[in-house]
Design a protein. Structure first.
Length: 369
Protein backbone atom coordinates (compact mmCIF):
# COMPACT_ATOMS: atom_id res chain seq x y z
CA UNK A 1 0.00 0.00 0.00
CA UNK A 2 2.84 2.32 0.89
CA UNK A 3 4.50 1.63 -2.49
CA UNK A 4 1.31 2.57 -4.35
CA UNK A 5 0.92 5.77 -2.33
CA UNK A 6 4.51 6.78 -3.02
CA UNK A 7 4.11 6.01 -6.76
CA UNK A 8 0.92 8.05 -6.92
CA UNK A 9 2.49 10.99 -5.11
CA UNK A 10 5.47 10.96 -7.43
CA UNK A 11 3.37 10.75 -10.58
CA UNK A 12 1.01 13.47 -9.38
CA UNK A 13 3.92 15.80 -8.70
CA UNK A 14 5.42 15.14 -12.14
CA UNK A 15 2.06 15.75 -13.83
CA UNK A 16 1.58 19.05 -12.01
CA UNK A 17 5.10 20.14 -12.98
CA UNK A 18 4.76 19.28 -16.69
CA UNK A 19 5.60 22.41 -18.67
CA UNK A 20 3.93 21.52 -21.98
CA UNK A 21 1.69 18.97 -23.67
CA UNK A 22 4.62 17.06 -25.16
CA UNK A 23 6.21 16.51 -21.72
CA UNK A 24 2.87 15.48 -20.29
CA UNK A 25 2.40 12.93 -23.10
CA UNK A 26 5.77 11.39 -22.29
CA UNK A 27 4.67 11.05 -18.64
CA UNK A 28 1.43 9.39 -19.70
CA UNK A 29 3.31 6.81 -21.75
CA UNK A 30 5.72 6.22 -18.83
CA UNK A 31 2.85 5.52 -16.42
CA UNK A 32 -0.04 4.16 -18.50
CA UNK A 33 1.66 2.99 -21.71
CA UNK A 34 2.18 -0.65 -22.64
CA UNK A 35 5.33 -0.84 -20.51
CA UNK A 36 4.43 1.95 -18.07
CA UNK A 37 4.88 1.68 -14.32
CA UNK A 38 1.18 1.25 -13.56
CA UNK A 39 0.68 -1.11 -16.50
CA UNK A 40 3.46 -3.34 -15.11
CA UNK A 41 1.68 -3.49 -11.75
CA UNK A 42 -1.52 -4.57 -13.48
CA UNK A 43 0.37 -7.41 -15.16
CA UNK A 44 1.30 -8.86 -11.71
CA UNK A 45 -2.34 -9.48 -10.82
CA UNK A 46 -2.44 -12.63 -12.94
CA UNK A 47 0.18 -14.37 -10.78
CA UNK A 48 -1.48 -13.55 -7.43
CA UNK A 49 -3.78 -15.75 -5.43
CA UNK A 50 -7.47 -14.97 -5.60
CA UNK A 51 -7.47 -13.36 -2.19
CA UNK A 52 -4.45 -11.19 -2.95
CA UNK A 53 -5.94 -10.26 -6.33
CA UNK A 54 -9.19 -9.16 -4.68
CA UNK A 55 -7.19 -6.93 -2.33
CA UNK A 56 -4.62 -5.46 -4.76
CA UNK A 57 -6.75 -5.25 -7.89
CA UNK A 58 -9.01 -2.38 -6.80
CA UNK A 59 -6.04 -0.46 -5.42
CA UNK A 60 -4.00 -0.65 -8.64
CA UNK A 61 -7.03 0.08 -10.87
CA UNK A 62 -7.96 3.03 -8.69
CA UNK A 63 -4.42 4.37 -9.00
CA UNK A 64 -4.60 4.03 -12.79
CA UNK A 65 -7.92 5.91 -12.96
CA UNK A 66 -6.74 8.77 -10.71
CA UNK A 67 -3.51 9.22 -12.63
CA UNK A 68 -5.38 9.20 -15.99
CA UNK A 69 -7.84 11.81 -14.64
CA UNK A 70 -4.97 14.01 -13.42
CA UNK A 71 -3.28 13.80 -16.82
CA UNK A 72 -6.50 14.75 -18.63
CA UNK A 73 -7.05 17.79 -16.40
CA UNK A 74 -3.44 18.92 -16.75
CA UNK A 75 -3.62 18.49 -20.55
CA UNK A 76 -6.68 20.73 -20.73
CA UNK A 77 -4.91 23.41 -18.71
CA UNK A 78 -1.75 23.22 -20.81
CA UNK A 79 -3.65 23.39 -24.13
CA UNK A 80 -5.58 26.44 -22.92
CA UNK A 81 -2.33 28.11 -21.83
CA UNK A 82 -0.70 27.39 -25.20
CA UNK A 83 -3.69 28.83 -27.04
CA UNK A 84 -3.59 31.97 -24.90
CA UNK A 85 0.12 32.32 -25.65
CA UNK A 86 -0.43 32.00 -29.42
CA UNK A 87 -3.26 34.52 -29.37
CA UNK A 88 -1.13 36.95 -27.38
CA UNK A 89 1.78 36.57 -29.80
CA UNK A 90 -0.26 36.86 -33.00
CA UNK A 91 -1.57 40.16 -34.36
CA UNK A 92 -4.11 40.90 -37.09
CA UNK A 93 -3.45 44.10 -39.01
CA UNK A 94 -6.94 45.31 -39.81
CA UNK A 95 -5.53 48.11 -42.00
CA UNK A 96 -4.31 45.61 -44.63
CA UNK A 97 -6.57 45.17 -47.69
CA UNK A 98 -8.43 41.90 -47.97
CA UNK A 99 -7.23 39.33 -50.54
CA UNK A 100 -8.66 40.07 -53.99
CA UNK A 101 -11.76 38.09 -54.96
CA UNK A 102 -11.74 36.40 -58.34
CA UNK A 103 -14.43 37.72 -60.66
CA UNK A 104 -15.81 35.89 -63.63
CA UNK A 105 -15.33 37.24 -67.14
CA UNK A 106 -17.63 37.31 -70.15
CA UNK A 107 -16.23 35.05 -72.89
CA UNK A 108 -15.38 36.93 -76.12
CA UNK A 109 -17.74 34.70 -78.11
CA UNK A 110 -20.67 35.64 -75.88
CA UNK A 111 -19.64 39.30 -75.97
CA UNK A 112 -19.53 39.33 -79.77
CA UNK A 113 -22.80 37.39 -79.97
CA UNK A 114 -24.53 40.08 -77.89
CA UNK A 115 -22.98 42.82 -80.04
CA UNK A 116 -24.18 41.17 -83.26
CA UNK A 117 -27.69 40.60 -81.96
CA UNK A 118 -27.95 44.23 -80.85
CA UNK A 119 -26.80 45.56 -84.24
CA UNK A 120 -29.12 43.33 -86.28
CA UNK A 121 -32.02 44.02 -83.92
CA UNK A 122 -31.70 47.74 -84.73
CA UNK A 123 -31.90 46.77 -88.41
CA UNK A 124 -35.21 45.01 -87.80
CA UNK A 125 -34.06 41.39 -87.59
CA UNK A 126 -35.77 38.93 -85.28
CA UNK A 127 -34.07 36.01 -83.52
CA UNK A 128 -34.63 32.30 -84.20
CA UNK A 129 -33.00 29.05 -83.10
CA UNK A 130 -33.13 25.34 -83.83
CA UNK A 131 -31.78 21.97 -82.66
CA UNK A 132 -28.07 21.11 -82.69
CA UNK A 133 -28.89 17.51 -83.72
CA UNK A 134 -30.44 17.52 -87.18
CA UNK A 135 -31.65 15.08 -89.80
CA UNK A 136 -30.38 14.74 -93.35
CA UNK A 137 -33.39 16.48 -94.86
CA UNK A 138 -33.10 19.76 -92.96
CA UNK A 139 -29.29 19.88 -92.99
CA UNK A 140 -28.69 18.81 -96.61
CA UNK A 141 -31.58 17.78 -98.84
CA UNK A 142 -33.88 20.78 -98.33
CA UNK A 143 -30.86 23.05 -98.81
CA UNK A 144 -30.15 21.67 -102.27
CA UNK A 145 -27.11 19.52 -101.41
CA UNK A 146 -26.77 16.76 -104.06
CA UNK A 147 -26.65 13.13 -102.82
CA UNK A 148 -22.86 12.73 -103.33
CA UNK A 149 -21.82 16.13 -101.96
CA UNK A 150 -18.56 15.90 -99.90
CA UNK A 151 -20.22 17.53 -96.87
CA UNK A 152 -22.31 14.36 -96.48
CA UNK A 153 -19.18 12.26 -95.89
CA UNK A 154 -17.77 11.17 -92.52
CA UNK A 155 -14.56 13.16 -92.99
CA UNK A 156 -16.55 16.41 -93.00
CA UNK A 157 -19.61 15.73 -90.82
CA UNK A 158 -20.19 14.17 -87.40
CA UNK A 159 -22.81 11.45 -87.97
CA UNK A 160 -24.56 9.71 -85.08
CA UNK A 161 -25.35 5.95 -84.96
CA UNK A 162 -28.57 4.75 -86.55
CA UNK A 163 -31.67 4.99 -84.36
CA UNK A 164 -34.37 2.33 -84.00
CA UNK A 165 -35.90 3.43 -87.34
CA UNK A 166 -32.59 3.08 -89.18
CA UNK A 167 -32.19 6.86 -89.52
CA UNK A 168 -28.86 8.54 -88.88
CA UNK A 169 -28.93 11.98 -87.30
CA UNK A 170 -25.97 14.36 -87.39
CA UNK A 171 -24.53 17.35 -85.60
CA UNK A 172 -25.60 20.25 -87.78
CA UNK A 173 -22.83 21.60 -90.01
CA UNK A 174 -24.36 25.10 -90.21
CA UNK A 175 -27.31 27.03 -88.82
CA UNK A 176 -29.00 27.00 -92.24
CA UNK A 177 -31.40 24.17 -91.27
CA UNK A 178 -33.20 26.74 -89.14
CA UNK A 179 -34.11 28.74 -92.25
CA UNK A 180 -35.72 25.57 -93.62
CA UNK A 181 -37.70 25.17 -90.39
CA UNK A 182 -38.61 28.85 -90.55
CA UNK A 183 -40.01 28.67 -94.06
CA UNK A 184 -41.73 25.34 -93.43
CA UNK A 185 -43.16 26.57 -90.11
CA UNK A 186 -41.99 23.51 -88.11
CA UNK A 187 -40.20 25.10 -85.15
CA UNK A 188 -42.20 25.84 -82.00
CA UNK A 189 -39.53 28.32 -80.85
CA UNK A 190 -40.07 30.58 -83.86
CA UNK A 191 -42.18 33.78 -83.93
CA UNK A 192 -45.95 33.45 -83.85
CA UNK A 193 -46.39 34.37 -87.51
CA UNK A 194 -44.47 31.21 -88.47
CA UNK A 195 -46.29 28.98 -86.00
CA UNK A 196 -49.58 30.25 -87.45
CA UNK A 197 -48.48 29.35 -90.98
CA UNK A 198 -48.58 32.93 -92.26
CA UNK A 199 -46.63 33.96 -95.34
CA UNK A 200 -43.38 35.96 -95.34
CA UNK A 201 -41.77 38.51 -95.15
CA UNK A 202 -39.08 36.91 -93.01
CA UNK A 203 -36.14 38.80 -91.51
CA UNK A 204 -34.23 36.82 -88.88
CA UNK A 205 -30.79 35.97 -87.59
CA UNK A 206 -29.98 32.49 -86.31
CA UNK A 207 -27.01 32.24 -83.92
CA UNK A 208 -25.87 28.87 -82.60
CA UNK A 209 -23.28 26.12 -82.35
CA UNK A 210 -22.24 24.21 -85.45
CA UNK A 211 -19.97 21.19 -85.92
CA UNK A 212 -17.50 20.10 -88.60
CA UNK A 213 -14.64 17.62 -88.59
CA UNK A 214 -11.88 20.21 -88.85
CA UNK A 215 -9.21 21.58 -86.49
CA UNK A 216 -6.37 24.05 -87.01
CA UNK A 217 -5.46 27.61 -85.98
CA UNK A 218 -8.54 29.02 -87.77
CA UNK A 219 -10.96 26.05 -87.51
CA UNK A 220 -12.38 24.08 -84.60
CA UNK A 221 -14.66 21.01 -84.53
CA UNK A 222 -17.32 23.07 -82.77
CA UNK A 223 -17.77 26.74 -83.54
CA UNK A 224 -20.43 29.44 -83.43
CA UNK A 225 -22.17 30.77 -86.52
CA UNK A 226 -24.79 33.41 -87.16
CA UNK A 227 -27.05 32.85 -90.14
CA UNK A 228 -29.10 35.69 -91.58
CA UNK A 229 -32.20 35.22 -93.74
CA UNK A 230 -34.46 37.72 -95.49
CA UNK A 231 -37.44 36.57 -97.59
CA UNK A 232 -39.70 39.11 -99.29
CA UNK A 233 -40.90 40.24 -102.68
CA UNK A 234 -38.44 41.98 -105.03
CA UNK A 235 -35.38 41.32 -102.82
CA UNK A 236 -32.05 41.65 -104.65
CA UNK A 237 -28.27 41.70 -104.11
CA UNK A 238 -28.30 45.42 -103.40
CA UNK A 239 -30.29 44.78 -100.22
CA UNK A 240 -27.79 42.11 -99.22
CA UNK A 241 -24.80 44.40 -99.84
CA UNK A 242 -26.31 47.25 -97.79
CA UNK A 243 -27.17 44.92 -94.90
CA UNK A 244 -23.69 43.44 -94.67
CA UNK A 245 -21.85 46.77 -95.10
CA UNK A 246 -24.03 48.38 -92.42
CA UNK A 247 -23.33 45.57 -89.99
CA UNK A 248 -19.57 45.54 -90.68
CA UNK A 249 -19.31 49.30 -90.15
CA UNK A 250 -21.19 49.14 -86.85
CA UNK A 251 -19.41 46.04 -85.58
CA UNK A 252 -15.88 47.23 -86.34
CA UNK A 253 -16.77 50.79 -85.32
CA UNK A 254 -15.48 52.38 -88.50
CA UNK A 255 -17.25 55.03 -90.63
CA UNK A 256 -15.69 53.78 -93.88
CA UNK A 257 -16.24 50.26 -95.21
CA UNK A 258 -15.29 49.19 -98.71
CA UNK A 259 -16.38 45.72 -99.81
CA UNK A 260 -16.46 43.58 -102.90
CA UNK A 261 -18.30 40.43 -103.95
CA UNK A 262 -16.37 37.47 -105.37
CA UNK A 263 -18.30 34.69 -107.14
CA UNK A 264 -18.47 31.51 -105.10
CA UNK A 265 -20.61 28.40 -104.85
CA UNK A 266 -22.97 27.36 -102.07
CA UNK A 267 -25.65 24.74 -102.83
CA UNK A 268 -28.36 26.75 -101.09
CA UNK A 269 -27.79 30.16 -102.78
CA UNK A 270 -27.70 31.29 -106.42
CA UNK A 271 -25.91 33.49 -107.19
CA UNK A 272 -23.46 32.86 -104.37
CA UNK A 273 -20.64 35.11 -103.24
CA UNK A 274 -18.01 35.71 -100.64
CA UNK A 275 -17.75 39.28 -99.45
CA UNK A 276 -14.27 40.77 -98.95
CA UNK A 277 -13.62 43.89 -96.92
CA UNK A 278 -10.73 46.29 -97.45
CA UNK A 279 -8.22 46.07 -94.62
CA UNK A 280 -4.69 46.77 -93.53
CA UNK A 281 -2.52 44.00 -92.09
CA UNK A 282 0.31 44.87 -89.73
CA UNK A 283 1.77 41.67 -88.29
CA UNK A 284 -1.05 39.92 -86.44
CA UNK A 285 -3.15 43.11 -86.36
CA UNK A 286 -5.92 43.71 -88.90
CA UNK A 287 -7.54 47.12 -89.35
CA UNK A 288 -10.89 47.11 -91.14
CA UNK A 289 -11.83 49.99 -93.46
CA UNK A 290 -8.37 51.08 -94.57
CA UNK A 291 -5.29 49.78 -96.35
CA UNK A 292 -4.59 48.06 -99.65
CA UNK A 293 -5.42 44.46 -98.71
CA UNK A 294 -8.63 42.46 -98.83
CA UNK A 295 -10.00 39.86 -96.45
CA UNK A 296 -12.92 37.46 -96.87
CA UNK A 297 -15.38 38.04 -94.05
CA UNK A 298 -18.75 36.43 -94.89
CA UNK A 299 -20.36 33.94 -97.27
CA UNK A 300 -23.68 34.98 -98.76
CA UNK A 301 -26.01 34.89 -101.74
CA UNK A 302 -29.58 34.87 -102.97
CA UNK A 303 -31.67 31.97 -101.67
CA UNK A 304 -31.72 29.23 -104.30
CA UNK A 305 -35.12 28.72 -105.99
CA UNK A 306 -34.90 25.00 -105.18
CA UNK A 307 -34.63 25.84 -101.47
CA UNK A 308 -37.71 28.07 -101.68
CA UNK A 309 -39.59 25.30 -103.47
CA UNK A 310 -38.49 22.67 -100.94
CA UNK A 311 -39.83 24.95 -98.20
CA UNK A 312 -43.21 25.47 -99.84
CA UNK A 313 -42.63 28.99 -101.22
CA UNK A 314 -43.14 30.01 -104.86
CA UNK A 315 -39.78 31.32 -106.20
CA UNK A 316 -41.66 33.36 -108.79
CA UNK A 317 -43.25 35.34 -105.95
CA UNK A 318 -40.70 35.27 -103.14
CA UNK A 319 -37.00 36.05 -103.26
CA UNK A 320 -34.48 36.44 -100.50
CA UNK A 321 -30.89 36.42 -99.40
CA UNK A 322 -28.90 34.58 -96.77
CA UNK A 323 -25.50 35.09 -95.16
CA UNK A 324 -23.37 33.37 -92.56
CA UNK A 325 -20.80 34.87 -90.16
CA UNK A 326 -18.38 32.90 -87.98
CA UNK A 327 -18.95 34.48 -84.55
CA UNK A 328 -15.67 33.19 -83.11
CA UNK A 329 -13.73 34.45 -86.14
CA UNK A 330 -15.27 37.91 -85.83
CA UNK A 331 -14.15 37.91 -82.20
CA UNK A 332 -10.56 37.10 -83.17
CA UNK A 333 -10.54 39.84 -85.84
CA UNK A 334 -11.92 42.57 -83.59
CA UNK A 335 -10.09 41.73 -80.38
CA UNK A 336 -6.76 40.39 -81.71
CA UNK A 337 -6.78 36.71 -80.72
CA UNK A 338 -4.28 34.79 -82.88
CA UNK A 339 -5.51 31.19 -82.48
CA UNK A 340 -9.16 30.20 -82.63
CA UNK A 341 -8.52 27.01 -80.65
CA UNK A 342 -7.59 29.00 -77.54
CA UNK A 343 -11.21 30.12 -77.28
CA UNK A 344 -12.24 26.58 -76.38
CA UNK A 345 -9.24 25.57 -74.21
CA UNK A 346 -10.94 26.38 -70.85
CA UNK A 347 -7.84 28.29 -69.71
CA UNK A 348 -8.86 30.90 -67.13
CA UNK A 349 -5.60 32.81 -67.73
CA UNK A 350 -6.63 33.33 -71.36
CA UNK A 351 -10.10 34.39 -70.23
CA UNK A 352 -8.63 36.85 -67.70
CA UNK A 353 -6.71 38.47 -70.57
CA UNK A 354 -9.32 38.45 -73.35
CA UNK A 355 -12.56 38.27 -71.36
CA UNK A 356 -14.90 41.18 -70.69
CA UNK A 357 -16.10 42.60 -67.40
CA UNK A 358 -19.81 42.21 -66.83
CA UNK A 359 -19.75 45.65 -65.17
CA UNK A 360 -17.96 47.62 -67.91
CA UNK A 361 -19.35 50.84 -69.35
CA UNK A 362 -21.59 50.41 -72.42
CA UNK A 363 -19.93 50.44 -75.83
CA UNK A 364 -21.17 53.59 -77.63
CA UNK A 365 -21.23 51.71 -80.97
CA UNK A 366 -23.51 48.91 -79.80
CA UNK A 367 -24.89 49.99 -76.45
CA UNK A 368 -23.42 46.84 -74.89
CA UNK A 369 -20.74 46.48 -72.23
Amino acid sequence: MTDLSQLEAGLTAQIAAAADVATLEAMRVGALGKSGSISELLKTLGAMSPDARRERGPLINGLRDRVAAAIAIRKTDLEAAELDARLAAQRVDLSLPSPPERRGRVHPTMQVLDEMIAIFAEMGFGLAEGPDIEDDFHNFTALNFPPKHPAREMHDTFWLPEDERGERKLLRTHTSPVQVRLMRGLNEKLPSWVANGQEPPIRVIVPGRTYRSDSDATHTPMFHQMEGLVIDRAIHMGHLKWTLETFIARYFETPVVETRFRPHHFPFTEPSAEMDVRCERSGAEVKIGQGDDWMEIVGCGMVHPNVLTNCGLDPDVWQGFAFGFGIDRLATLKYGMPDLRDMFASDVRWLDHYGFSAFAQPNPATGLS
